[in-house]
Design a protein around this ligand. Structure first.
Ligand code: HPA
Ligand code: ZN
Length: 361
């Protein structure tokens, strides 16, 4: 329990979170009320807890898989209309992040979804920016906004999506680019035109959701064709020996979201995540060597995998980043040294500037 208190008290860096996925039922109801918006869909389970004076609370219903989840996620965002809504969404995330010990967050936003519905991109991006920067002043949390190419749209539409982001890249408000939404049947190469356009616009930081419900080959393709330097989820990649070795050797940051994977039936059990293998030096290299060369082999030829632990869509999964840390700790019984490695890698693998990284270390 002393160990668990240590994990609880860690300062965290969140590299994989979608702002849409951080909208709690309470915030959704507040926004719906003031917008006079009637949610047609029944997204919630209700429970009454006697201990809190018969208070009724809502949680999002369970999901069958990634595509089912994405439906709910998209429907929930229909409530968002105004600059103020986006401000509140951004600020409420920062408050939650603060209570989870977060010191730096890199946050995806699906700007194109709102523009396609007729909202002003300025209301979305400037609204969020005001909410985040208020959180930064109040809690000292640094943040970077990341745009997304959305795989449920066509490749041409994704190119248009990059143009929507151009002014915000120029204003220094959107820092990097990801590849998000449904994955199976949507190979990364299909979205190369969008990534090329993002490079033309001046983006330099790229990541992709890959190997979540798509195959290991999508992880390789994201690295080879799109030129990403980070992989989000990567589960089917790290389950594949060859792709695992490549990610490890190249020092690619893999952003794990363990409780998201459970919620979306990407894995059935946290024990399926090869956390021990990701933390340890490559034993195969050392076993092939005489005992007196083992030290040398460790130092020279193998290094552990770079990965971080994140929440993905904390409100929709009802599990925040601390919950993810504790769940991994309980399943894999990590040592303090393991947690310090994960914390340092999360800082080093972030896209914060050098000065901020040094502050956080
Ligand atoms: N995968 C793909 N797209 C997403 C996810 C996810 O887990 N969450 C929000 N958008
Ligand atoms: Zn995600």
């Amino acid at each position: 329990h002393e160990q668990e208190a240590f994990v609880h008290a860690l300062r965290r860096v969140e590299l994989h979170v979608h702002i849409e996925g951080a909208m709690t039922p309470d915030l959704l109801f507040t926004i719906a009320k003031r917008n006079g918006y009637q949610m047609e869909h029944d997204l919630f389970d209700w429970s009454t807890t006697a201990e809190h004076g018969a208070e009724t609370t809502a949680t999002y219903k369970e999901y069958m898989d990634l595509n089912h989840f994405l439906n709910v996620y998209t429907k929930a965002t229909e409530v968002l209309k105004t600059h103020r809504d986006f401000h509140d969404l951004g600020y409420e995330y920062m408050r939650k992040a603060h209570s989870n010990g977060v010191m730096h967050a890199e946050i995806f936003v699906d700007v194109q979804t709102y523009v396609d519905r007729g909202l002003e991109a300025d209301d979305v991006v400037h609204g969020l920016e005001e909410g985040f920067s208020r959180g930064q002043e109040e809690f000292g949390i640094s943040y970077l906004m990341l745009g997304c190419a959305l795989r449920h749209l066509s490749p041409d539409q994704c190119v248009d999506g990059m143009e929507i982001l151009r002014p915000y890249h120029e204003q220094g408000l959107i820092h990097g680019m990801g590849l998000c939404s449904m994955e199976r049947g949507q190979p990364p190469s299909k979205f190369l035109p969008a990534f090329q356009r993002a490079k033309d616009i001046g983006f330099e930081r790229f990541t992709a959701h890959a190997g979540e419900d798509g195959p290991a080959s999508y992880v390789s393709e994201a690295l080879d064709v799109l030129g990403v330097t980070r992989i989000d989820h990567g589960i089917n990649g790290i389950k594949d020996q060859e792709v695992f070795e490549r990610l490890r050797k190249e020092g690619t940051m893999v952003t794990l979201c363990p409780l998201s994977n459970i919620a979306l039936n990407v894995i059935q059990h946290l024990g399926e995540l090869p956390i021990r293998k990701m933390l340890d030096h490559d034993l195969k290299v050392s076993r092939r060597r005489p005992w007196w060369r083992v030290e040398h082999a460790h130092a020279q030829e193998s290094s552990p995998m770079q990965f971080s632990i994140n929440s993905d869509d904390p409100a929709l999964f009802n599990s925040w980043i601390t919950d993810n840390f504790i769940a991994i700790h309980k399943e894999h019984a990590l040592s303090k040294a393991d947690w310090i490695k994960i914390s340092h890698d999360s800082i080093d693998g972030s896209w914060a500037d050098q000065e901020r990284k040094e502050e956080m270390r």
